[in-house]
Write a protein that binds this ligand. Structure first.
Ligand code: GLV
Ligand code: GLV
Length: 330
């Protein structure tokens, strides 16, 4: 048997990343299937690798980390890295990298696309026209919500949340945000006001979620929060599905507790919560927040660059646990 390539890529990716890795390491192995590896396949595939470029759909848990005994770096092709057990990786001296910065604008655009599509009932309108059932201009057809001058609430005001806020200036919106620390730049640039979460959900017309999935944010939006929101409120989620209790969301949308939702992410992708797809007041995207040609290319370069830097003995700038190197050889 010929020696395994030191590098594994868990799914075919666009952009120059693969070429960069080939130039540095010779051959690289890429998942040949048009689907993620199963956990069993992944556990077998990581054996003997020094670097792995993985996706948000790969669960990198203690079992995989143990199988990847020679691996020094996992580079996640995503900004979110809740799919990786980072504390366990750190204890094993394994660096974890993500792709921050390069997908900020693409993801903020997706949040806005969802916000506008829900507010103005774009998908319902498209469906009506295609169906042949449209009978011509009507004074009260598909009436939606105004965006200009309304209140936008950002749950999380990091890079992406801030980029969503910047775009809202064109609509003259009042911006509220909640974040652990004050974002002075956001306040100066967008006149945003930092408020407590329970104030934000009560006062916002549009709520857009931009927090990572952590133990703190899991299930942050549930029954109680939907009841506190305005009946006219629209929720947009381009972060992680598990930040929202989906069953409670379906119920809130069905009963009119809130007016609508635009979702790019789900708790159990690609499965949907029961009842979600039957609702007219939601717009559902297949997790395409960062899916532009340029962005996915830059993510590829960033992830490949992290593997190259780490295996040359450095600490990539986009490592989320640079302290891992201190645990090496322990
Ligand atoms: C996509 O969801 C990402 O985290 O980059
Ligand atoms: C992620 O890139 C964020 O900080 O919002």
């Amino acid at each position: 048997m010929s020696a395994r390539s030191p590098i594994l890529i868990t799914r075919k990716i666009p952009g120059r990343g693969v070429e960069m890795l080939r130039r540095e390491f010779g051959d690289v192995d890429i998942n040949p299937h048009d689907r993620p590896f199963t956990p069993e396949e992944l556990a077998a595939e990581v054996i003997g690798r020094r670097g792995v470029l993985c996706l948000l759909s790969d669960r990198i848990d203690g079992h995989i980390l143990a199988a990847a005994a020679d691996c020094q770096v996992f580079a996640n092709y995503a900004v979110g890295y809740d799919n990786i057990d980072v504390p366990k990786a750190t204890r094993r001296g394994v660096l974890v990298a993500n792709t921050p910065g390069v997908l900020t604008d693409a993801t903020a655009d997706t949040a806005w696309a969802l916000l506008m599509a829900v507010a103005r009932r774009i998908i319902e309108g498209d469906t009506l026209v295609r169906s042949g059932r449209w009978t011509g201009w009507k004074p009260a057809e598909l009436l939606g919500a105004d965006i200009a001058g309304q209140t936008l609430g950002l749950v999380g005001a990091g890079r992406i949340g801030s980029a969503v806020a910047k775009r809202s200036r064109g609509w003259g919106m009042n911006v509220l945000y909640c974040e652990e620390v004050r974002n002075h730049q956001l306040e100066a640039e967008c006149g945003a006001t930092r408020v407590e979460f329970d104030v934000l959900i009560r006062q916002s017309d549009f709520i857009s979620i931009h927090v990572p999935l952590t133990e703190k944010t899991r299930g942050m939006f549930g029954r109680e929060q939907f009841q506190a929101m305005k009946e006219s409120a629209i929720l947009v989620n381009t972060s992680r599905g598990l930040v929202v209790d989906e069953l409670a969301l379906v119920e809130a949308l069905r009963t009119g507790e809130i007016a609508g939702a635009g979702l790019d992410t789900y708790a159990n992708e690609p499965r949907l919560a029961p009842g979600l797809a039957e609702l007219d007041n939601v717009v559902l995207l297949p997790h395409i927040g960062s899916a532009t040609i340029r962005t996915r290319g830059r993510m590829s370069e960033l992830a490949a660059g992290a593997i190259i830097t780490a295996l040359r003995g450095g600490v990539p700038q986009n490592a989320v646990n640079p302290e891992a190197v201190e645990h090496r050889g322990k």
